[in-house]
Design a protein around this ligand. Structure first.
Ligand SMILES: *[C@@H]1O[C@H](CO)[C@@H](O)[C@H](O)[C@H]1NC(C)=O
Ligand SMILES: *[C@@H]1O[C@H](CO)[C@@H](O)[C@H](O)[C@H]1NC(C)=O
Ligand SMILES: *[C@@H]1O[C@H](CO)[C@@H](O)[C@H](O)[C@H]1NC(C)=O
Ligand SMILES: *[C@@H]1O[C@H](CO)[C@@H](O)[C@H](O)[C@H]1NC(C)=O
Ligand SMILES: *[C@@H]1O[C@H](CO)[C@@H](O)[C@H](O)[C@H]1NC(C)=O
Ligand SMILES: *[C@@H]1O[C@H](CO)[C@@H](O)[C@H](O)[C@H]1NC(C)=O
Ligand SMILES: *[C@@H]1O[C@H](CO)[C@@H](O)[C@H](O)[C@H]1NC(C)=O
Ligand SMILES: *[C@@H]1O[C@H](CO)[C@@H](O)[C@H](O)[C@H]1NC(C)=O
Ligand SMILES: *[C@@H]1O[C@H](CO)[C@@H](O)[C@H](O)[C@H]1NC(C)=O
Length: 466
């Protein structure tokens, strides 16, 4: 295919170069014209016109997709038999399959990649990513359609900034098409959505938070996929998403990347945070296996529109992403109203925030819902947990999961203290847009086995640490 396209393109070039009908261009002399190669179609999508909570009939199917369940959790095992086998000494230890080619690797033996799912794990993970691409596609268009040019200008965002948001929406069309093509005919389709925002600054905050769990949700499963060829394609889309997340932080006047590593999370955390914003999906929509954990409310979620972002109480528009609310912020506390270096938060490549949004030792107040609540498309999923009463807050960021004990646990509420933890010297781990998860145990996990936390997870939220 590729070869044919190239030939066609070369033929077109030759033809163009020798044809009288070709427009003559004098400068630069190297400019030639070539017919575009066949353009593959995109997946069918529309600009969704209906938004808002689901108010249709009760769903006919409820709960996550499931089959025979073999055990309540996966037992922890020691490292695999070959884990320590390779000497890792800088020398070569196998014959080279070809010049300049080391032995080993996966998918390196010449078998043609086919970009198909190889397991339920693959299908469910990529289908989740597709739900995410579709909400982003709608969200980016929706903001442009909903808020006026003046609204954007008031938030410091110009026509060029709006064009970037539009371009991001177009990127999502490509991502949705790619994932749909790899999943096949039963791939989930575009749904309708509801967003917890009423103005541009809340919208940008929501975009910044939604792309955070979109990105991290993929990092959590990417290296666990059976189909590494599929993983390659997904990686090349999620790298774009990572850039989107950073751009939205910059639009919000936050420091673009206050961490050394981006965190990866289990799929069920992404689904927990995504599903509540989906109102309804089409008939016969392919369902997902992932868990919806109960909602967590961060009562003093730091508010990036404040000069002193840590000085916020009850300033979110709801649980899950815990997106900021601008409602109670007076002009003297508003970081858009000042040009002071370290205080102002005008959209910029970077801004110092001299008063950190959060810091080690900060008391954080939390509230959570009971399980058993209907959420997600057509209210057809049900929140669930296998954890007992929450006893810890897990601060999930960069390479670390750090637990702080919950204090005064009563009536589904508690407080805790932000721990002081670093990845490596010079990099405080808790910063940026990160995950705050309630658990009943402080179970030890590392980035590649973080989903082993799930049986102990009670609820999931995003915390705005910086
Ligand atoms: C959706 O709306 C955007 C403008 O917000 C427009 O550029 C785009 O063409 C529309 N897409 C479709 C599929 O109608
Ligand atoms: C090459 O590796 C693939 C897995 O990537 C495997 O399915 C296939 O059997 C291997 N082929 C050969 C010739 O060893
Ligand atoms: C969800 O609700 C919409 C609107 O009422 C309906 O058209 C659709 O068939 C429902 N989807 C499912 C999967 O039940
Ligand atoms: C849904 O699936 C049923 C059974 O397979 C089929 O009869 C119906 O046409 C499908 N509806 C849509 C909208 O695809
Ligand atoms: C938070 O504010 C909402 C209204 O904006 C109010 O209903 C709720 O009681 C407040 N919660 C707390 C804990 O102050
Ligand atoms: C920005 O913050 C860093 C770290 O706190 C500090 O070293 C630097 O001086 C600040 N720069 C400005 C221009 O405020
Ligand atoms: C988070 O990172 C920013 C940018 O480096 C820094 O200004 C801020 O102090 C950091 N916060 C904490 C708590 O370390
Ligand atoms: C955080 O993760 C890094 C990298 O795995 C590790 O070196 C460090 O010890 C961890 N910090 C804590 C306090 O667990
Ligand atoms: C996760 O992996 C670490 C080693 O990286 C191991 O010590 C820990 O026990 C594992 N956790 C679980 C719950 O399996």
């Amino acid at each position: 295919m590729v070869g044919q396209h190239r030939l066609a393109a070369i033929a077109a070039l030759l033809f163009a170069a020798s044809s009288d009908a070709v427009p003559v261009v004098s400068e630069p002399t190297t400019t030639l014209f070539s017919a575009a190669a066949t353009v593959p179609p995109t997946v069918s999508h529309t600009n969704v016109t209906s938004h808002g909570p689901y108010d249709g009939p009760p769903p006919t199917t409820t709960g996550a997709l499931s089959t025979e369940v073999l055990a309540p959790s996966i037992p922890a095992l020691p490292p695999g038999p070959d884990a320590y086998k390779y000497p890792s000494d800088g020398q070569l230890h196998g014959a080279q399959p070809a010049p300049y080619t080391p032995s080993g690797g996966l998918g390196t033996n010449g078998s043609a990649p086919v970009y198909r799912m190889l397991s339920d794990f693959d299908y469910e993970s990529i289908a989740l990513a597709l739900y995410q691409e579709y909400i982003e596609l709608d969200l980016f268009h929706w903001g442009l359609a909903t808020f006026s040019e003046q609204d954007f200008e008031d938030a410091g965002l110009t026509a060029q900034d709006r064009y970037l948001i539009q371009f991001m929406a177009e990127q999502e069309v490509g991502h949705a098409t790619l994932l749909t093509n790899m999943l096949g005919p039963q791939a989930p389709r575009q749904c309708t959505y509801n967003y917890p925002v009423t103005n541009v600054r809340e919208y940008i905050d929501f975009c910044q938070k939604l792309t955070r769990f979109g990105e991290s949700g993929v990092y959590g499963f990417l290296n666990h996929l059976n189909a590494r060829d599929v993983g390659q394609m997904l990686l090349q889309s999620i790298s774009t998403e990572a850039r989107q997340q950073m751009v939205f932080r910059q639009f919000q006047g936050l420091f673009p990347m206050p961490v050394w590593f981006e965190v990866g999370t289990p799929q069920s955390w992404a689904w927990t945070l995504l599903a509540p914003y989906i109102s309804s999906c089409p008939e016969n929509q392919t369902r997902l296996i992932w868990q919806n954990f109960p909602a967590v409310y961060i009562l003093n979620q730091p508010n990036p529109v404040r000069v002193n972002g840590a000085d916020a109480w009850n300033e979110t528009t709801g649980p899950w992403t815990n997106t900021l609310s601008t409602q109670d912020v007076d002009v003297e506390d508003d970081c858009l109203a000042t040009d002071e270096v370290g205080e102002g938060c005008h959209p910029a490549v970077t801004n110092n925030r001299s008063a950190p949004l959060s810091y080690a030792g900060r008391q954080v107040f939390l509230k959570w819902d009971d399980p058993g609540q209907a959420v997600g498309p057509n209210n057809s999923y049900v929140t669930d947990t296998t954890a007992g009463t929450p006893a810890f807050a897990a601060w999930v960021t960069q390479l670390n999961v750090t637990y702080s004990p919950l204090q005064d646990v009563k009536d589904n509420s508690a407080w805790t203290v932000q721990p002081d933890v670093s990845t490596y010297a010079g990099d405080p781990a808790i910063n940026g847009t990160m995950f705050l998860v309630l658990t009943d145990e402080d179970i030890y996990v590392t980035p590649f086995n973080i989903s082993m936390m799930n049986p102990h997870v009670y609820g999931v939220a995003l915390y705005q640490a910086g």
